[in-house]
Ligand binder design. Structure first.
Ligand code: GUN
Length: 296
């Protein structure tokens, strides 16, 4: 079997188009413009690129983008004061503090200062608890994107065996909660799992989010399974830099029923879902119906 390739780039473009359509309607019918504030502290080169891309995508769907770039030596009190100001600003519906923060800042304290209703990353402890108890919350963007692609491919997910490899707070744990919410039978595996190959081979849905290049190989994949590769790893091959996922693409694609490539799979969905979350936050803040198909 050769797997169907799930085109995340096209899927994300479709999500962004749906968001743009909703934004236009919010403006026309309610005079509302959803606003996203992104806070970057310091000069981390990768973070600067992410923030620039987020700004451009936000503008492109017709939302307001508020960028706050602070020097690396910003104190915790200064950063918390900015978050308080953004929490109180009615034109800001979503707040994202780019991680990682410089070492002298306590990320948990900072994230938990964000109004949970504006926490479009879904990292606030209240949102983590709401998701874990099956209540309405803001959902982390990357797992939300994976869920959208899985629902699109499978229709209903109920009863499927899902194995999530990776237990991070940003991807693995929320991904498992979302799959459980859609009535999958969920296993969380990780780098210390005994006989990982055997565990993975039971999966109808295999989500790889361990951060280890090409760790999941074709012999670990059940024939016909759907493989979602969240990994983005930079490696050297044949003297050149290359991006690979946590899945060994060629061997897995020969066995799987469907697979996301790297790049062009899960990656583009993260920003698309950040925009979807900002739209959702704006609708909720104004007592309006949430956009269908763009939430968990
Ligand atoms: N840094 C890398 N990815 C992310 C993300 O999804 N959210 C935030 N806030 N920071 C990040």
């Amino acid at each position: 079997m050769t797997a169907k390739v799930i085109d995340g780039k096209a899927f994300a473009a479709n999500v962004r188009a749906q968001v743009a359509e909703h934004v236009a309607r919010l403006k026309a019918e309610h005079g509302l413009t959803p606003g996203l504030a992104v806070v970057l502290v310091g000069e981390d080169p990768a973070s600067k690129v992410y923030v620039k891309n987020k700004h451009a995508s936000t503008i492109e769907v017709g939302m307001a983008s508020f960028e706050h770039r602070l020097p690396a030596e910003t104190s915790e009190a200064e950063l918390l004061a900015l978050i308080d100001k953004l929490n109180a600003d009615p034109s800001v519906h979503g707040i994202l503090v780019q991680l990682p923060l410089p070492g002298h800042l306590n990320s948990e304290l900072v994230i938990n200062r964000i109004d949970p209703a504006k926490d479009v990353d879904g990292f606030h402890i209240s949102n983590v608890g709401l998701l874990g108890t099956g209540q309405k919350s803001m959902v982390p963007c990357t797992p939300l994107g994976c869920l959208m692609m899985l629902r699109d491919h499978h229709g209903k997910l109920a009863g499927l065996n899902a194995v999530v490899v990776g237990r991070s707070n940003i991807v693995g744990k929320p991904m498992a909660q979302l799959l459980l919410g859609d009535s999958c039978t969920v296993t969380i595996a990780h780098s210390r799992t005994k006989d990982l190959a055997e565990v993975c081979k039971r999966a109808d849905i295999l989500v790889a989010a361990v951060g280890r290049p090409e760790m999941i190989t074709g012999d670990m994949v059940k024939p016909g399974a759907t493989v979602i590769d969240v990994g983005i790893n930079r490696i050297e091959r044949d003297g050149k830099g290359k991006l690979v996922g946590d899945v060994h693409y060629d061997s897995a694609a020969a066995v799987a029923g469907a697979i996301t490539p790297v790049p062009g799979g899960v990656g583009p969905m993260t920003i698309a879902c950040l925009l979807a979350n900002t739209l959702t936050a704006c609708c909720r803040a104004n007592g309006l119906a949430e956009p269908e198909g763009l939430t968990a």
